[in-house]
Write a protein that binds this ligand. Structure first.
Ligand SMILES: NC(=O)c1ccc[n+]([C@@H]2O[C@H](COP(=O)([O-])OP(=O)(O)OC[C@H]3O[C@@H](n4cnc5c(N)ncnc54)[C@H](OP(=O)(O)O)[C@@H]3O)[C@@H](O)[C@H]2O)c1
Length: 285
């Protein structure tokens, strides 16, 4: 039995959708917090188990009889490391053989503006290593799917105003990451391996603007605005302070090149090149 956590979320659900095409649905279970959100998963024929990263006993119960767990990192920043440690402890206690964890693919993490947010992924990896469980780290670079959030809803009218300089990111579609995860879960040879899940080349926000221009036929400019102007513009349209700080963190880390580590692991796991920026823009828009 293979169990996927976070299955009501984007990445978990997409992984399960690919996995049911590769192995029988009866060999797949999912962890959800609220079974009312799992009707589409039930329709796939997979077993729905209820548990919460805040409640270790619920996880030990949900992991019974499971050989491999794909632990999707939590999106809840209230004690995220504690939540994930509980999931590791529960996997060990329930006799899970192989724990796969969706970590993050970054460099210079110690100096990164995103250390407070992303450092916990590496702390979780260390905790898994110390647990002695067989592991696979699926270190995800930035989803291409975050581009619309950072460039804004009206990008074709406003252009891109984002303080990321010439920083580059090997943006990757989340569905392609999910497809690769299903390949990893359904095959052997991934024990105690670390994969950097990213595109094979990196793209700047100028590249994103150019791709949007080519796709829309409108000229989309990229303006490397100052952090102060960016912050002021977001505050003026009522964006909450925490969200502004979050966006500045991503812009700064991008500008510093913290995500700029393209890699061919995803290409190998997919058996083809991941979508290029132009294909990504066509998919997202
Ligand atoms: N690489 C990137 O660019 C990037 C971007 C965004 C996020 N991420 C990370 O990647 C993860 C997966 O991305 P995603 O797009 O699939 O996120 P998502 O759609 O927000 O899904 C997160 C999943 O985690 C579940 N979850 C949250 N807290 C939980 C808890 N206490 N116990 C059990 N399950 C819990 C959620 O369940 P509910 O449906 O019940 O809330 C949901 O199924 C995120 O959680 C985040 O850590 C990465």
């Amino acid at each position: 039995m293979i169990l996927v956590t976070g299955a009501t979320g984007n990445l978990g659900k997409a992984t399960v959708e690919f996995l049911v095409k590769k192995i029988p649905a009866k060999d797949i279970a999912v962890l959800v917090r609220d079974s009312n959100k799992a009707n589409d998963l039930k329709a796939l024929g997979v077993e729905v188990r209820v548990g919460d990263y805040h409640d270790k006993d619920s996880l030990v119960k949900a992991f019974q009889g499971v050989e491999k767990v794909l632990l999707i990192s939590s999106n809840d920043f209230n004690d995220r490391l504690g939540q994930q440690k509980r999931a590791v402890d529960a996997a060990k206690e329930a006799g899970v053989k192989h724990l796969l964890y969706t970590s993050v693919s970054m460099q210079n993490i110690e100096k990164s503006a995103l250390k407070p947010l992303m450092g916990e992924h590496y702390d979780t990896e260390k905790y898994i290593l110390d647990s002695g469980l067989t592991y696979t780290f699926l270190r995800d670079n930035l989803y291409a799917d975050v581009i619309p959030m950072f460039v804004g809803e009206h990008v074709l009218e406003t252009g891109i105003n984002f303080p990321a300089g010439n920083g580059r990111v090997p943006f990757t579609l989340r569905t392609e990451m999910a497809e690769a995860f299903a390949n990893v879960l359904s095959t052997s040879g991934h024990e105690n391996k670390t994969y950097e899940i990213s595109n094979v080349e990196s793209y700047s926000y100028q590249d994103v603007a150019d791709a949007l221009s080519a796709h829309s036929g409108k000229t989309v400019a990229y303006n490397d605005v100052s952090v102060a102007d960016f912050s002021k513009a977001l505050a003026e349209v009522g964006v909450p302070e925490a969200m502004i700080g979050f966006s500045i963190g991503f812009a700064t880390a991008t500008k510093e090149g913290d995500f700029d580590i393209p890699n061919n692991h995803l290409e190998q796991l997919l058996g083809r090149k991941p979508s290029s920026l132009n294909q990504i823009v066509s998919t997202l828009y």
